[in-house]
Design a protein around this ligand. Structure first.
Ligand SMILES: [Ca+2]
Ligand SMILES: [Ca+2]
Length: 137
């Protein structure tokens, strides 16, 4: 499996390019929206995040703990509390999460597994397309 090298400034540049970020968020949203009704249910969001391995660092948690954790995650996304996450809510919260990730990363490059179709991966691809540098090592 390949890896990409990215750091905080790369993620920040990606977030600041609203068009690139929105396109990425829209693709992610569409892939999460399993029944195609234009909004994400709690189950759809959870399945999507499981596919992205969002919860992998918490693998020691029990199913109940993950469920409770996910309740909090879903509440954050569903900012108008109507029980579903629409595209605007999704974009806004992903931007928040990625900004927090970028702040936590600083200048030190980290490695991101290439097979994960994650936002970090998209940020790495974005950087590669800007610089023309080879992405995969
Ligand atoms: Ca849906
Ligand atoms: Ca909502």
């Amino acid at each position: 499996m390949g890896v990409a090298v990215i750091n905080g400034p790369i993620v920040t540049a990606f977030l600041e390019d609203r068009e690139a970020f929105d396109r990425c968020a829209e693709e992610q949203f569409a892939s999460f929206d399993a029944n195609g009704d234009g909004v994400l249910s709690r189950a759809e969001l959870m399945v999507g995040f499981e596919e992205l391995r969002f919860f992998e660092p918490h693998a020691e948690l029990t199913a109940e703990e993950i469920d409770a954790l996910f309740d909090k995650v879903f509440e954050r996304f569903d900012s108008d509390r109507n029980g579903t996450v629409d595209l605007d809510e999704f974009k806004a919260e992903m931007r928040e999460i990625m900004s927090a990730v970028a702040r936590g990363m600083d200048e030190v490059p980290i490695f991101v597994p290439l097979e994960s179709d994650s936002f970090l991966m998209r940020a790495a691809e974005y950087q590669a397309s800007k610089t023309g540098k080879k992405l995969v090592c």
